[in-house]
Design a protein around this ligand. Structure first.
Ligand code: 3AT
Ligand code: MN
Ligand code: MN
Length: 505
């Protein structure tokens, strides 16, 4: 272990073995992570294994069924195979209690993608273990969502250009992507990226503990969210993997400590790479800022290791980058204290005081009248919020434009049309306890579902030296944002509402 193979695009910074002291710090860290309830029970872990076994069986049955339907002989149909792969936090081994299992279903070419959303869907519907089954066939990455024996599953699929999918099939060869539907390439990508990350870290248990730490920290500091312009699970995993490569013999505490300093001092937009990018057999572009202007504007590029390499952080804005750098700095200062025993790991996980940091906030309320339409509508608004942030960043006098990393969901039980209207504008009837005993009550109560997003604004002093009244002009960005979300093809002005309000701390 003294001379580990070099994984990464540079030599390690240090190949020193962990000291007694560092091992003790890691022990404390793992204990702290346990205190936060980050690890699932043995029972839950066992259940996941059983569920995956059942899903794998189901996939084979599905392929067999479709093969017969396509007129293949019985023996050929049996040999057509079918296999599942996992990706996401479960595959990385950093999932918490109740996390989903991101699962990829792979089948041979005579099975069509549509079959997954019809025949497989029907097969799942028949199973008594399955609840909450929903298919989203028109998503960027089409997915079937469900609970299987109570475990949430995100089920995606890929049709390979082969006659048979054997149990031994691996997804590492770039040539398997040749001639595939784009959606299949994207579905395979999730799995290929996680596999590659694991292949590129020198010590997987160290990586896991360090990543669990960073994920917890990022969530508590409200900088975990790809859609909002922060980093998502894959990007955090790649950053931690890079530090692991630089300290191949370090323990988890060492990796965490170095993480903050290195990321704070990183020469952005220098990209974070886990390996040299590969050329490959597809007509798709691989991330290349020298070639593509769109890639040059990425502020904190973190590049996925599997071909075709992409930037996992194209959503980062000037503000979100500044906020993350501030958090790296805070992390760096805290771990310096932990190392000299004048601080504790808990300090790192102190929740953000976002709601007390700024004088001005924008409150964006997306609302509608049913849970189903609210899910879609709030998702759309959330996915467009970053455009609002980008427009606000252009406003003179605004320094930082800080989106909170998640929307806050509420249901308001209203007793009149007026109350309903008010609720969509952030004026809520006093919290009301509803007794649903009587039918009368049920008829009177009209629920309004709201998802509220917050954007913190730091107003900068005028630079021209004048002392006149300072007026923030947010009309233009607000109007543009409202126009943008209302231009959605599924927007229904009778059912969906959006309101933007300027509020004080
Ligand atoms: P959790 O433990 O589940 O919270 P995770 O990292 O597994 O953390 P997700 O299950 O949300 O997070 O996502 C797993 C992977 O699925 C990450 C990414 O490759 C893919 N993915 C997630 N959301 C999307 C999306 N909206 N579009 C495309 N790919 C996505
Ligand atoms: Mn997941
Ligand atoms: Mn998922």
């Amino acid at each position: 272990q003294d001379q580990p193979r070099q994984c990464g695009v540079t030599a390690p910074i240090s190949i020193a073995q962990a000291t007694e002291d560092e091992l003790k710090l890691t022990e404390d860290l793992v204990k702290t992570l346990h205190d936060y309830g980050l690890f699932e029970s043995k029972t839950e872990a066992d259940k996941r294994v059983i569920v995956l076994r059942q899903l794998n069986e189901l996939v084979k049955e599905f392929v067999y069924k479709v093969s017969l339907l396509k007129g293949l002989p019985e023996a050929v149909a049996r040999n057509s195979g079918g296999k599942i792969f996992t990706f996401g936090s479960y595959r990385l081994g950093v999932h918490g209690t109740g996390a989903d299992i991101d699962t990829l279903c792979v089948f041979p070419k005579h099975v069509e993608r549509d079959h997954f959303f019809t025949i497989m869907y029907e097969m799942l519907k028949e199973r008594s273990e399955v609840t909450g089954l929903t298919a989203v066939a028109d998503a960027y990455v089409p997915v079937i969502k469900m609970h299987f024996s109570g475990i949430p599953i995100d089920f995606v699929c890929a049709r390979l250009n082969v006659d048979q999918v054997s149990d031994k099939l691996e997804l590492v060869d770039n040539n398997i992507l040749k001639g595939l539907d784009e959606r299949c390439v994207r579905s395979l990508n999730g799995s290929r990226v996680t596999d590659e990350i694991l292949r590129l870290v020198p010590n997987i248990p160290v990586f896991r503990t360090a990543l669990r730490t960073i994920k917890l920290w990022a969530k508590r500091r409200a900088i975990y969210a790809n859609v909002m312009g922060f980093l998502g699970g894959v990007a955090w995993a790649m950053l931690v993997a890079r530090i692991c490569q630089l300290y191949p013999n370090g323990c988890a505490a060492t990796v965490v400590c170095r993480f903050f300093r290195i990321m704070y001092k990183w020469d952005w937009p220098e990209p974070v790479l886990l390996k040299h990018m590969e050329e490959g057999p597809l007509q798709v572009r691989v991330w290349n800022p020298k070639l593509y202007p769109a890639d040059k504007i990425h502020r904190m590029p973190i590049i996925t290791p599997a071909y075709p390499s992409m930037c996992a952080t194209h959503n980062v804005t000037v503000s979100t980058k500044a906020i993350m750098l501030k958090e790296f700095k805070r992390g760096m200062e805290i771990v310096e204290n932990i190392v000299v025993r004048s601080g504790r790991w808990e300090d790192l996980f102190e929740p953000t005081n976002f709601f007390h940091t700024y004088k001005h906030y924008l409150q964006v309320i997306a609302s509608s009248y049913s849970p189903a339409s609210q899910l879609q509508w709030s998702g759309l608004v959330e996915s467009r919020l970053r455009q609002f942030v980008l427009k606000l960043e252009l406003v003179e006098m605004l320094g930082l434009v800080h989106p909170y990393n998640k929307g806050i969901n509420k249901v308001h039980y209203c007793l009149s049309e007026k109350e309903r209207r008010d609720a969509t504008h952030g004026l809520y009837p006093e919290d009301r306890t509803i007794t649903m005993k009587e039918e009368e009550d049920k008829k009177m109560v009209q629920p309004v579902y709201t998802t509220t997003f917050y954007i913190g604004l730091s107003v900068e002093p005028k630079t021209d030296g004048s002392t006149g009244p300072r007026r923030l002009d947010l009309v233009w960005p607000t109007q543009e944002f409202l126009k943008l979300v209302k231009s959605w093809d599924k927007y229904d002005e009778l059912k969906m509402n959006i309101s933007v309000k300027n509020i004080k701390r």
